[in-house]
Design a protein around this ligand. Structure first.
Ligand code: GLN
Length: 543
């Protein structure tokens, strides 16, 4: 391997959903705390070229990068933990890898060779990993392989990992994140599934260097010893216990306590560096002592499918609210309100009076939107602090147009193209995309500039005139309605300087009513909360 980058592959065992993404981010963090330049890659085994075309209820949130890629939610954790931007080249899927191999073949890149699944697919994967390492100048690159060992789907990615280790054994380490269940009828932690996972991994030519043992509790010494021997580890210290914790932000501490960074540095022959950045640690300890909390209602759809899905679909929003609250010395208690409840029972919207603030997150389609609109109306009329994210901004302008400007049929083209007052409309590029059914990767995506109006809430919170935020939407506010809307009290306080598109609206006479066409939640980090979420929390505390 040409560069000096060290690669840590994180591979799952036994079952999915045990926190591989957070483990990946946390491993990165313990290196960052020692001053290393760290980056991370997510490899997803599905055929979709990106996560943008997948239903968030099934797949979780679509995380948008600065450069406008629609990626897996794990990349959000990488950014929140590593405090660095993660780009399109930090993400790949089976579809993306195959697509580029096929495109290369069509342009004679392989110079007449027979192009085969092996080695050309793993070679493409390796090429992409090295490109990401070069572009980020990462000293440590943590690579999360989606899925679990033994699946048919990720086998070519494991092959790429195996080939990289073979090429330079001292530059590559393998971490198996496995699960140790405690069956109810036994009440004792079982190691056997992890033994199988390790053996399955062996069948792909990979020997784990470390096992991160997830489970409801920390595994004890006899089990550590057992796993070390039966899974071929060098020492029982190479088994890292990762029991369930209150907050994911505690995981770097959990790893640190077991000297995981030292062990990895030793294994990868990295000149050891001491832990210097203690900011993370002290903030985790600080939030642990917070007792006061504020109550926030989040109204939208995608809520009716149970807690697990829910927290996955809005993971960045949830994190952004928490970050802002913690930095203001309070916890945020979120209540998810299914907008359809307000449609079925309009009087119910009054219950919003028991909350301190309202958030309407991004969304698509018609279901529940009349309920969302009545919730926004309630916030507008009752001085309830409000933050509308993307759809939440669009629907705020529709509510205002209907109930203040008197356009009873005001709507978005997405839901009612026949309305005579399409406050939210389609521009030419998007009309063309829709006509030609070009849906994948064609929304307005990624970072766009925005100029802020002096004296606005947004300007006050950002403390600067020019910002840049990430977008993911197809439709836009129609400037035709701007003047009238502003004259009646809903101001445009953020505009894209290149296109003149409306990016932020605010109510003049309201403690905090801000709607943004972009997704500020993507840029909130554990140690750097987002100004607009901070603004919302401060508005609550001021009351
Ligand atoms: N559905 C709206 C649009 O496409 C808003 C999208 C969003 O909230 N992310 O414009």
């Amino acid at each position: 391997m040409s560069s000096k980058t060290k690669y840590i592959f994180v591979i799952g065992g036994v079952l999915s959903g045990v926190g591989k993404g957070v483990t990946t981010a946390s491993i990165g963090r313990i290196f960052k705390n020692r001053g290393f330049n760290v980056s991370a890659i997510k490899i997803d085994p599905y055929i979709n070229v990106d996560a943008g075309t997948m239903n968030p209820v099934e797949h979780g949130e679509v995380f948008v990068t600065e450069d406008g890629d629609e990626t897996d939610q794990d990349l959000g954790n990488y950014e929140r933990f590593l405090e660095t931007d993660i780009y399109s080249f930090n993400y790949m899927t089976t579809g993306r890898v195959y697509l580029s191999v096929i495109e290369k073949e069509r342009s004679m890149y392989y110079k007449g060779k027979c192009v085969e699944v092996v080695p050309h697919i793993p070679m493409e994967v390796i090429g992409r990993i090295k490109t990401a390492a070069a572009k980020t100048k990462a000293e440590v690159m943590v690579i999360e392989v989606g899925g679990t060992a033994g699946e048919y789907q990720n086998i070519l990615f494991l092959e790429a990992a195996r080939m990289m280790k073979l090429e330079n054994p001292e530059s590559v380490a393998f971490v198996l994140v496995s699960y140790l269940p405690v069956p109810g009828h036994l009440g004792e932690m079982k190691t056997k599934p992890t033994q199988y996972a390790s053996r399955t991994l062996n069948a792909s030519g990979i020997q784990a260097d470390f096992i991160v043992a997830r489970g409801p509790a920390a595994l004890d010494k006899p089990r550590r010893e057992k796993l070390a021997v039966l899974c071929g580890l060098r020492s029982e210290d190479d088994v890292i216990a990762a029991p369930d914790v209150k907050s994911i932000y505690e995981i770097p501490q959990v790893l640190e306590k077991q000297k995981f960074a030292e062990l990895l540095m030793k294994r990868l022959k990295i000149k050891p560096r001491k832990l210097t950045d203690k900011g993370w640690d002290s903030f985790v300890n600080k939030i642990d002592k917070i007792e006061k909390s504020i109550k926030i209602a989040v109204v939208g759809k995608y809520f009716a499918t149970g807690d697990y899905t829910l927290s996955d679909s809005y993971i960045s929003v949830i994190n952004a609210i928490k970050h802002a609250a913690w930095h203001n010395g309070v916890n945020a208690e979120l209540t998810w309100v299914d907008a359809e409840e307000y449609e079925k029972n309009p009087g119910k919207v009054k219950e919003l009076g028991k909350y301190d603030a309202l958030i309407v997150p991004g969304g698509f389609g018609t279901r529940g939107i009349e309920g969302i609109i009545s919730a926004i109306k309630y916030a507008r009329e009752n001085n309830l602090p409000y933050l509308g994210l993307c759809y939440g901004m669009q629907l705020a302008t529709i509510e205002f147009s209907r109930n203040v400007l008197g356009y009873k049929d005001a709507h978005t083209v997405e839901c009612n193209p026949k309305s005579k007052n399409l406050i939210i409309n389609v521009n030419l590029t998007q009309a063309d995309n829709i006509k030609n059914e070009r849906y994948g990767g064609t929304m307005r995506l990624g970072a766009y500039d925005c100029d802020l109006k002096p004296g606005s809430h947004a300007r006050e919170q950002y403390k600067t005139d020019k910002i840049s935020e990430r977008h993911r939407h197809r439709y836009e506010f129609d400037n035709k309605y701007r003047e009238e809307m502003e004259s009646k009290g809903m101001e445009v306080t953020g505009v894209n300087p290149q296109s003149n598109l409306v990016e932020i609206v605010e109510l003049k006479k309201h403690p905090y009513f801000v709607g943004v066409q972009f997704h500020p939640e993507f840029k909130s980090r554990f140690l750097q909360p987002h100004p607009l979420f901070v603004g919302l929390v401060r508005a609550v505390l001021k009351k």
